[in-house]
Design a binder for this molecule. Sequence first.
Ligand SMILES: [Zn+2]
Length: 99
Amino acid sequence: MATDYDELRTDVKENQEQSLQALQSASAPTAKSVVLELDEADGLDSDGPGGEIVAEELIVHVIPQASDEFTCYSCFLVRHRSQIAREKDGVAYCVECEG
Ligand SMILES: [Zn+2]
């Protein structure tokens, strides 16, 4: 009867291994497909027209000086024209730099 027990154990062990392999083989492609979908989404974001719009918005923020703004010649910060304390020879100084 010992042989039967061994066979039973072997069957149980094989079943456990098979179910484990089934879980691994079932979850592995799912994880890959999720990563693939994420990669595709990133590609669309960076290459698509949406990404270009974001880049243009960033450029606008990098060059923020508008018609109602000035760059302080002392601290080089862009400020609203209402904060001009002194303007001379085409350069302006903000109220903070002029005290
Ligand atoms: Zn200043």
